[in-house]
Design a protein around this ligand. Sequence first.
Ligand code: BV8
Length: 259
Amino acid sequence: MSDGVDAAAARLREATRVVVLTGAGVSAESGLATFRDPGADPSDPDAAYWSRYDPMQMATPEGFHANPALVQRWYLWRMSRGEAAAPNPGHIAIARLEREMERRGGSCTLLTQNVDGLHHAAGSRRVHELHGSILRWRCARCGTPATDIEGPPDDAPATCRCGGALRPGVVWFGEALPQDVLAAAAEALDRCDVFLSVGTSAVVFPAAGFIETARARGASTIEVNRDPTPITSMVDVSLQGRSGELLPRLMDVVFGATD
Ligand code: BV8
């Protein structure tokens, strides 16, 4: 029974300019939690984040200003988990796609919602971090970059010399995505002939709207995801399963098996 890999491969074989959109499901294969999982068990420390934490408290400017030490601790804990994680075969397959596309004179632009840096660690170079990076911190008041953040003692937040609290370089709800990243995404979507969505629940905007832009340009659309999402019924090819298994297989069918 074909699971769609051949149909997806046929589209990628013809592609000249690919856009890949990734979400937390790609990093789930490296042992990192996702955000939304209807079957999550909130008592499991590795369960989807929003089954255990309130996104309005942990991922908004208002939540940060209400309790900066709590939000700092959460992001420092996530950063340590990310730094201990390794890229998985799904990350590596996406990096291979970029190399193979460039080898044939085309391009592959990766738009990731992930903030863990694992795509760069896997070798992807043409990467735009839509929601910023958990690895880059700055002062919330003066904007001075901060490194070697000491976890806050008790409820006193880690602060900058100016007295401002330190924050992760991620995009929270209600914050604008970086203009340069949005411009790069728009340019890539404007020219793409294949749009590949991997490991995202496709509910957070503006990223969740990118597929509409790609379709409006006539691009073929492919989704690789463990569960159905709001875009599953829209895509040309839907591969349901684990990205760490499906992506390497897909790249082998398109570009030949690696030894
Ligand atoms: C903004 C912080 C404007 C970073 C996060 C329309 C247009 C614009 C905005 C909006 C709009 N409608 C609503 C909004 C507001 C809001 C929004 O989208 N709300 C939603 C919830 C309705 N958007 C915003 O606020 C954005 N800002 O547009 O600002 C503006 C303009 C000018 C001036 C001021 C403001 C900001 C959005 C960024 C929010 N930041 N977190 C962090 O902590 O990491 S949200 C959070 O969700 C993360 O960023 C994450 O990246 C993002 C998306 O989640 P996913 O990556 O998809 O992860 P999820 O767990 O949901 O899904 C994982 C999937 O993987 C699942 O489907 C699962 O089945 C699958 N999976 C699991 N395991 C595997 C797998 N698949 C394959 N293999 C596996 N092994």
